[in-house]
Design a protein around this ligand. Structure first.
Ligand SMILES: [Zn+2]
Length: 381
């Protein structure tokens, strides 16, 4: 046997062995995944891998950031805005080192948002090796099993995320990146469709107009009248937005007052409960000292027990009511948000910055032009 042939034989053998090991590893991984074990290496943010248990666990600090991402996205912030916000606050990105030297990106945020691992699943077999070339496997053929790890988003939230992504996909890219201050925010009052922006050229320069170009299925066009987006328009909008502040603050104040009253009531009932319990104890002491007869003891205890049960039920009700208001916005939160809006707006150097400012605060603006002028209804987030 020549040296050359021997060399080839070894190469072939090595290759066969390598393939076999790989196959076994893959089978091992599949078997592990089927049992709900984590076999995919580095888990996604906010999870961390625990070598001892071979499971992934939630990192409490990272979870706060992750939840913020989900909540903000569902509320209407874009993946780009979320990424910028996280970087501004110097929040460490999921991967350190070269791979993420620029911090969070909208792609990172997008991938985290759509990941099904966060629903508590383990997914395996997204790709396979077919005669030496890696292939993507159809989604239906992925191995998806309920994992042992804790879910960090609900199915409902996941649906909302997917719906928003689908919605974004049909908005023209120019709108998505926010090239105009009101991109994606201005809706027609007559047909409910998103309004479009058109650039007009004149001898004295160019300007933007907002108009509705929607046509109903029967071919008739929406009769909404467009308008020039001049300084007066933006000034009116800015005033409208900041004027609403007062109303919002009043509402928040009112809700907070109710909350405080409820809290005071709860504390009062708890005090009464403590007093009742003390009274019961005192009665037992009196009885033990022979100062009251048994009949009197049981009569009075029965009365106190009834009061005690009533108080406990009322406290429970108060606590439930209080718990439902935990996510209450505070005046400070609203003020901070509006200040942030004003700050962003005043410092905006281009339309895309202005768009970010609007999006921070506003869900949509409904445009309605009548003979007597323009009406803008602002829907807040
Ligand atoms: Zn319309």
């Amino acid at each position: 046997m020549s040296d050359e042939m021997l060399f080839d034989f070894q190469a072939v053998f090595a290759k066969m062995e390598y393939k076999m090991i790989k196959k076994r590893m893959r089978q091992g991984k599949v078997a592990g995944a089927k049992k709900g074990m984590w076999t995919n290496g580095s888990p996604p943010y906010p999870y961390i891998y625990n070598r001892a248990t071979k499971q992934i666990e939630v990192d409490a600090d990272k979870l706060k950031i992750y939840r913020e991402i989900v909540d903000k996205y569902i509320l209407g912030m874009s993946t780009l805005e979320i990424a910028i916000n996280l970087n501004r606050r110097c929040i460490a990105p999921p991967y350190v080192g070269k791979r993420n030297k620029y911090g969070w990106s909208h792609v990172t945020v997008h991938r985290l948002l759509i990941n099904e691992i966060h629903l508590g699943y383990i997914i395996y077999g997204k790709s396979r090796n077919h005669r030496g070339t890696p292939q993507l496997v159809d989604k239906e053929d992925w191995i998806k099993v309920k994992g042992e790890h804790e879910p960090v988003k609900t199915e409902e939230e996941h649906e909302q995320i997917l719906a928003r992504i689908a919605q974004n996909a049909i908005i023209p890219r120019k709108c998505r990146v926010g090239t105009l201050p009101l991109s994606g925010l201005l809706y027609c009052s007559k047909c409910g469709r998103r309004m479009q922006f058109k650039r007009r050229e004149t001898k004295n320069g160019s300007y933007w107009t907002a108009m509705c170009v929607y046509a109903y299925p029967d071919g008739t066009k929406c009769d909404q009248v467009g308008r020039k987006l001049d300084d007066a328009f933006y000034k009116a909008l800015y005033q409208k937005i900041t004027k609403i502040d007062e109303q919002t603050l009043e509402l928040v104040d009112e809700i907070n007052e109710q909350y405080q009253e409820l809290q005071a009531l709860c504390e009062m009932k708890q005090k009464e409960l403590a007093q009742t319990e003390q009274a019961i104890e005192n009665l037992f002491e009196l009885y033990e000292d022979g100062k009251i007869p048994k009949q009197r003891l049981s009569d009075r205890i029965a009365g106190h027990e009834k009061t005690k049960a009533e108080l406990e039920a009322e406290i429970e009700k108060c606590k439930t009511a209080l718990a439902s208001q935990v996510n209450l916005v505070t005046v400070e939160m609203v003020k901070r948000r509006i200040d942030e809006f004003k700050n962003l707006w005043l410092n905006a150097t281009d339309p895309s910055d202005q768009n970010s400012a609007f999006r921070l605060l506003i869900e949509r603006i409904v445009y309605d032009r009548k003979d007597d002028g323009l009406r803008l209804d602002v829907l807040y987030k």
